[in-house]
Ligand binder design. Structure first.
Ligand code: NAD
Ligand code: MN
Length: 499
């Protein structure tokens, strides 16, 4: 009772009518066992890195180390590629699609069985709220394996008129924002199509993939079919440059994507790149405003804004802009930033101090450029790497915040008067990953959607993912698609003439 009173006092003084206080509801970490030292996974065995080097991974919510991770050298990468080649030639390419599908189904079921463990570990290593890792990331990971398991024996029907075959050994590099989900997006279609894999997680979030390896072993996946090499940029460079890789799949920043494209140019390697974004939400005056506010909140503050397709630009029709911004402020006042393991937490920790610094620097730039800045008056944790959600209002398209990807909970707001202006502003970006359109008028939604240069367009919702739906971008947001039937194409060679 005492606490309730105190809290209502403090909320009064902050003029925040809606700030409820919940008792903490911490998810237990007992279910997770983290080894102090984590090795590489090559040819079905845990092996020490050849140069004996390890680095630390931390829990960004506390700033404290969780474990040591092996750093794979060029030699380790070579061993992993050799193992993958051997597995490709001797076992995996000899199996029928139905047999490969069976492994994938088994993996999907084991992921479901160990979902809680995976979710807690992901939250500890990445900093994302448990309600997201538990309700979004891990269910989608299982769903991807289920979905591509279904394709494994139907590949002959995937591309009408074409005979398909696997590409061989694929090198995959993933980022830290959805560690296990990005691994699933890469591994599941690769295996379904008959390829073998060497995959490198991001250096700050290796642990969930190392746990997935245990699941692959439990599923009896043959040795060498999936190999995990942990490490940072140098390890990634060695993988991309390896001569016996047939395909590179990369998700990460546009800068690294460019480097990779250069390395791969002039070789026979296939390449897919999923890069950054500066995606726009367009709110028309006839939109359901309350839902749109919720969609905008979800679009930019979900996962601390660590989402490549985050709705980081908000374009408001002028007639509703003031009321919308007011409602947005009120809603932001209710957001709970805090311990990611607490089930009430909306916004967790920024993945690393480096990322937090990048975000802070861009916020300072935004303030210096003179846009109107707003941040809610909410409590912040006193340790770990956290960023208060915020927005800049009345940004012009020349402002840094309109152009540069922040990759944090920072929104840039501007207005428009006509549909043409909205489309022009939304397309005024070097990226083109996603967009959100909010209007109750279906014909308007379709018209605008067909004019937007973005790979994924949501109408009256945002950040909804499904394994059956292709995902990918235009321009500097990347090449190729992942997910759905389209997600099979990069993992298949094709030849004219159906069976
Ligand atoms: P990053 O490019 O720094 O790192 C991504 C991965 O590449 C990591 O595993 C890293 O170790 C590795 N890497 C770094 N340098 C490398 C090199 N020279 N050669 C090979 N590999 C190298 O990106 P990040 O900071 O980890 O992730 C954030 C970025 O990823 C954002 O720009 C975001 O938009 C993008 N992203 C895009 C998608 C998408 O699907 N389009 C999804 C998630 C993240
Ligand atoms: Mn970490």
């Amino acid at each position: 009772m005492q606490t309730t009173k105190e809290n209502s006092k403090s909320t009064d003084s902050q003029n925040t009518k809606f700030n409820f206080d919940y008792a903490p509801a911490l998810e237990s970490t007992d279910i997770v066992q983290i080894k102090d030292r984590n090795l590489l996974f090559i040819d079905g065995k845990w092996v020490a890195p050849s140069q004996g080097k390890y680095f630390k991974t931390i829990n960004p919510a506390t700033g404290l180390p969780l474990a040591e991770i092996a750093e794979a050298s060029t030699k380790d990468v070579d061993n992993a590629v050799k193992a993958a080649r051997k597995a490709y030639t001797k076992t995996w390419s000899k199996l029928t699609g139905a047999e490969r599908g069976r492994y994938l189904f088994r993996i999907a079921r084991l992921i479901q069985e160990r979902a809680r463990e995976l979710a807690v570990l992901e939250t500890m290593d990445n900093g994302k709220p448990i309600k997201e890792s538990r309700d979004i990331d891990i269910p989608l990971v299982a769903a991807h394996f289920f979905y591509y398991a279904g394709w494994a024996d139907k590949l002959d029907y995937a591309i009408p008129g074409q005979k398909v075959s696997p590409v061989g050994v694929v090198g995959q590099i993933i980022p830290w924002n959805f560690p296990l989900l990005m691994a699933a997006w890469k591994i599941a279609p690769a295996l379904a199509c008959g390829n073998t894999v060497v995959i490198k997680p991001a250096e700050t979030t290796s642990l969930s993939l190392l746990l997935l390896v245990q699941i692959l072993q439990e599923a009896g996946l043959p040795d060498g079919v999936v190999n995990v090499i942990t490490g940072a940029g140098e390890t990634g460079t060695a993988l991309v440059a390896h001569a016996d890789i047939n395909k590179v799949a990369f998700t990460g920043s546009t800068d690294v994507g460019r480097l990779i494209a250069k390395t791969v140019a002039g070789t026979n390697k296939k390449l897919t790149l999923e890069l950054g974004g500066k995606s726009a939400h367009i709110i028309f005056e006839d939109a359901a405003i309350e839902q749109a506010v919720e969609g905008v909140i979800n679009g930019i503050f979900f996962n601390q804004g660590h989402v490549c397709c985050a709705g980081s630009r908000l374009l408001l029709e002028e007639s509703v802009s003031e009321i919308f911004v007011e409602k947005l402020k009120i809603r932001m006042q209710q957001l709970r930033v805090g311990n990611p393991l607490d089930k009430n937490t909306d916004i967790g920790a920024i993945n690393s101090s480096t990322e937090l610094e990048k975000i802070k620097k861009l916020i300072t730039t935004g303030q210096n450029e003179g846009a109107e800045f707003f941040e809610p008056n909410i409590e912040m944790p006193d340790k770990g790497y956290f960023q208060k959600p915020c927005f800049f209002n009345r940004v012009s398209s020349a402002f840094t915040l309109s152009r540069v990807e922040v990759f944090g909970p920072v929104l840039a707001i501007s207005t428009f008067r006509t549909t043409q202006e909205a489309i022009a502003k939304a397309n005024d970006t070097p990226y083109g990953l996603a967009a959100g359109i909010w209007s109750e008028k279906g014909s308007k939604v379709h018209k605008v959607a067909s004019s937007l240069k973005a790979g994924v367009i949501w109408a009256n919702t945002y950040n909804k993912f499904d394994p059956t739906s292709p995902f990918g971008g235009y321009n500097e947001s990347g090449w190729g698609r992942e997910g759905g039937r389209h997600g099979l194409f990069p993992y298949l060679n094709t030849k004219q003439g159906a069976k």
